[in-house]
Design a protein around this ligand. Sequence first.
Ligand code: ATP
Ligand code: MG
Length: 235
Amino acid sequence: MSGAILSVEGLSSGYGAATVVREVSLQVAPGEVLVLLGKNGMGKSTLLRTIMGYLRPHAGRICVGATDVTGEPVHRRAAHGVSYAPQERALFQDLSVRDNLRLGLSKDRDFEQALGRVRRAFPFLAERLAQPAGTLSGGEQKMLLVARALMTAPRLVLVDEVTEGLQPSVVDRLATVLRRAAAEERRAILLVEQHVHFALSVADRYAVLKLGTIVATGSTRDPDAQAVIESQLRV
Ligand SMILES: Nc1ncnc2c1ncn2[C@@H]1O[C@H](COP(=O)(O)OP(=O)(O)OP(=O)(O)O)[C@@H](O)[C@H]1O
Ligand SMILES: [Mg+2]
């Protein structure tokens, strides 16, 4: 895809000698949301960790815009505009909401501007800037994680299973924020999900990962998208 923000080609990776992700290729364009679905243990988080640079691939290539970042460390990828909301709790529990949001931003001016975006996306966070992140509820912490990933005005956002265990109103808020980040701010979003309705409501395209390989892809607007995804998640 010309003009893609993320291009992954023939990517294989894993842990030590064990291969978990096998020859995955995918692209995400500006303004587009691609959702990656798959059952537990299929390699979704491993793929995101490899794209962010926490794992070195066994084979394949990762490009951000026109830049090949395959050999680059995490902070270089961040500098190219990639941000990541991991599945595991990744907030500094003892630091305030403000300090968690500030991480990764060097200038105060950038912070004030980014805070305006946070206020619009998650108004309650802007009112709790002084509160330690660890005292927020589980759902609030998920929102803070997404808000933090959006602070740097990234070109590409990687989001790993953000709806896990959240109530419907929080899921709706996250859907709105992610859609807006793509549609209005032209960010590219690669979303990992197991929540099929949320995936279909947010994403433009889907891919299903099974044992580390993409086994189905399509547009979320295809009339059979839900049936294809659910049948792949069943077997
Ligand atoms: N740090 C690690 N060291 C060794 N093996 C790992 C490590 N992390 C994950 N794995 C293995 O890699 C495989 C894929 O795990 P991964 O976390 O990528 O799955 P997932 O699709 O994200 O699952 P879930 O939906 O449960 O989050 C699993 O078999 C897992 O046991
Ligand atoms: Mg995972």
